[in-house]
Design a protein. Structure first.
Length: 345
């Protein structure tokens, strides 16, 4: 019994030594009519309310957190459709900042951060967002500003959160994801944001990489392989009969196929259809005359689509004669320009 108590005491001592306190003091302005601050914490992949905080007579709230790993949470207001401030606190950090509620923009703006490089970075992001909401002309440059901001601070954990701003355009911003992942994976190998970036980058098919082989059944049940087209310039075209933008782009794809097929150009069409009949009708109706049409009729669960990380269509991958990816998501004039560059007029 004595030995057991000794072990428990040792474990409690170790836990106390590992757990490290951090704190956040925020001075909140712009609140009216009994507004309060709501603390939201991660739960089941979402941020859910955990506590309500009433600012003191100087507008201040204070949070004490304890843990040996970075703490992620959010601050919002006790009203419908309230904006959020996302917070990352590292162990032992003592952070202060100002938060201004801008009701005309429905925005919580962070500024005057002290004690945290992560939250200072978030304040810069907050300024970009506030400007873009306030000044319509700034919206056109918001993505560029975000990219520059993150690229300048890849080793800040907040960058792993902010880079997900580009989640729906991952193919375009994959190098930025990789830059942040590479800068953080050694320091935060178990952090959920870093692990997400790692998963995205590991599964990505980027320009210059070997194009993974797609092996799927065609309209007649015959197995077709992307690798059988090695030596040609191949457009992998992810589409579906129900996708209106895909169908609208098909006449341009047909035109380019007819223009360049004698110069070593081919198309490998991967359908994300569920219905065989709809798939075949669309091929006939749109005059998709090339032979390589494949589908496992599993919709978004298509093995080919999952292999290439396709989460929206139309999506394309242009593969060179050596089997390496030349470009992704080229359509219309951009696709034609690239084919002229690779195959000539």
């Amino acid at each position: 019994m004595k030995r057991t108590l000794t072990l428990i005491a040792a474990m409690l001592t170790l836990t106390a030594a590992v757990a490290q306190k951090s704190s956040l003091t925020a001075t909140v302005s712009g609140l009216t009519g009994g507004m309060k601050v709501v603390l939201c914490v991660p739960q089941g992949g979402r941020l859910v309310p955990a506590d309500t905080l009433t600012p003191d007579n100087k507008g201040r709230i204070k949070l004490d957190r304890e843990g040996s790993t970075p703490q992620f949470f959010a601050l919002t207001l006790n009203q419908a459709q309230s904006p959020m401030v996302h917070v990352i606190l590292l162990p032992k950090e003592k952070v202060s900042m100002d938060v201004e509620y801008q009701p005309e923009l429905n925005f919580l703006k962070v500024s005057n951060v002290k004690g945290s490089q992560n939250m200072a970075l978030y304040a810069d992001y907050s300024q970009l967002m506030s400007d873009a909401i306030r000044i319509p002309e700034r919206q056109a440059t918001l993505a560029d500003g975000m990219e520059q901001l993150i690229a300048a601070h890849p080793n800040q954990l907040m960058s792993a959160f902010l880079v997900t701003y580009f989640e729906t355009a991952f193919e375009q911003y994959a190098p930025l994801y990789k830059q942040v992942r590479d800068a953080l994976i050694g320091t935060y190998p178990n952090n959920e944001f870093v692990l997400h970036l790692d998963e995205k980058v590991r599964g990505a098919v980027l320009v210059g990489m070997e194009a993974p082989d797609i092996v799927m059944a065609d309209r007649d049940g015959k197995t077709r392989r992307l690798s059988d087209l090695r030596g040609k310039v191949v457009l992998i075209d992810f589409w579906a009969s129900w996708c209106r933008p895909c169908r609208a782009e098909n006449p341009n794809v047909v035109r380019l196929y007819k223009q360049y097929r004698d110069k070593g150009f081919d198309i490998f069409s991967v359908s994300l259809d569920n219905s065989r009949e709809a798939w075949l009708r669309a091929i006939a109706a749109d005059g998709l005359v090339w032979e390589n049409h494949v589908s496992d009729l599993r919709g978004w669960s298509s093995s080919g689509g999952r292999l290439y990380g396709v989460n929206s269509i139309p999506a394309t991958v242009l593969v060179g004669p050596d089997g390496k990816v030349l470009a992704r998501n080229l359509r219309g004039p951009e696709l034609e320009k690239k084919l002229k560059e690779v195959l000539g007029q």
